[in-house]
Write a protein that binds this ligand. Structure first.
Ligand SMILES: Nc1ncnc2c1ncn2[C@@H]1O[C@H](COP(=O)(O)OP(=O)(O)OP(=O)(O)O)[C@@H](O)[C@H]1O
Ligand SMILES: [Mg+2]
Length: 307
């Protein structure tokens, strides 16, 4: 594992809520996220495990052919305390003249309305519909829902409007930005003691790992992943049909990349694999089956009409 204790740091250029530093390494710029003590007292961990969540979450997106930031894990020894930390190093995708347009910022361009956009599906659609620059709106909606399906797999409660966006290149072309900020996925707040307990109790594990909410609201209600996947809106229906087969195919590779993660405890690896398998088998595969049945009956109906 790379040791960043004597690395070349640059003044930090990234926002967000977690501690981070900007690194120049091998001629490239990286955002380095540091582990932090949790802000909530509801957890038993002394440090949040989101560096593993970030690294593995982004690798899972990439394994599913959805562009995501490149990451690697590294060591860092605090000079004053001598304490060693594991950090996640994220390659900046805004080099070569690219610019990240966080979705929340694009919402501000709407000067014709004094509305403040929030994390609702309706607002995401309204912002996209009001885009008045050349962009493939269908591709952006598709990206949003593809990401949503993978976030359901990862149990991500935090894909808010600052945590995804578009990328504008130096020629002004705009496309979805690589996925970044997966740090709240994959249970970063659970200690190994808690994971051990949950692994021994199927019901408790299901409450904690299946019954999860997205950050978004839809029709006035907070979205539970398992609920919306049962009766998806049309655009989510299409993403289920496209992404869930890819997840099924990539599942052994995803397990292998978790197993290969350095400095992660065996209990955390077992827990992560089991929670992913639970959400795939109990939530995403049944959703795929339903979506395929719905598709088959819609196809049969349209053939009937065309006869
Ligand atoms: N790989 C990257 N390349 C360029 N900019 C990035 C990259 N990753 C993140 N950013 C920018 O840095 C900001 C902070 O990063 P990130 O969202 O990962 O941090 P955070 O502290 O976890 O945020 P949050 O407040 O959502 O918890 C992002 O909102 C985005 O603007
Ligand atoms: Mg963020």
């Amino acid at each position: 594992m790379v040791d960043l204790t004597h690395a070349k740091w640059r003044p930090n250029r990234y926002g967000g809520s977690e501690k981070k530093r900007t690194l120049l390494f091998d001629g490239k710029i990286y955002m380095v996220k540091f582990p932090e003590p949790p802000r909530s007292k509801k957890t038993s961990v002394s440090y949040i495990g989101n560096q593993f969540s970030e690294h593995i979450g982004c690798q899972i997106f990439q394994a599913l052919q959805i562009p995501a930031q490149n990451t690697f894990l590294a060591k860092y020894c605090e000079p004053v305390t001598g304490k060693e930390k594991i950090v996640v190093v994220c390659e900046d995708f805004c080099q070569n003249g690219n610019r990240l347009l966080e979705f929340s910022k694009i919402g501000h361009h709407d000067t014709g309305s004094d509305k403040t956009y929030t994390t609702t599906i309706e607002d995401v659609y309204e912002i996209i519909e009001r885009f008045d620059f050349p962009v493939n709106k269908f591709a952006i909606k598709k990206h949003f829902w593809n990401m949503f399906v993978v976030d359901a797999l990862l149990g991500n409660p935090d894909r808010h409007l600052d945590n995804w966006g578009l990328l504008e290149d130096s020629a002004g072309r705009i496309k979805p930005a690589p996925v970044y900020d997966c740090g709240s996925s994959l249970s970063p707040l659970s200690s190994d003691e808690r994971k051990d307990l949950l692994l021994k109790d199927e019901n408790l594990m299901k409450i904690e790992e299946y019954n999860l909410c997205s950050v978004y609201r839809h029709q006035g209600k907070r979205i539970f992943y398992h609920e919306i996947l049962k009766t998806p809106p049309a655009d989510l229906h299409r993403s289920i049909l496209e992404i869930v087969p890819r997840i099924k195919f990539a599942a052994p590779r995803i397990d292998a990349l978790i197993d290969a993660t350095e400095e992660m405890t065996d209990i955390s690896k077992t827990y992560m694999k089991k929670s992913l398998a639970m959400r795939l088998n109990q939530m995403l595969l049944p959703a795929l089956k339903k979506a395929q049945e719905r598709q088959a009956s819609e196809d049969a109906e349209s053939r009937g009409f065309s006869r």
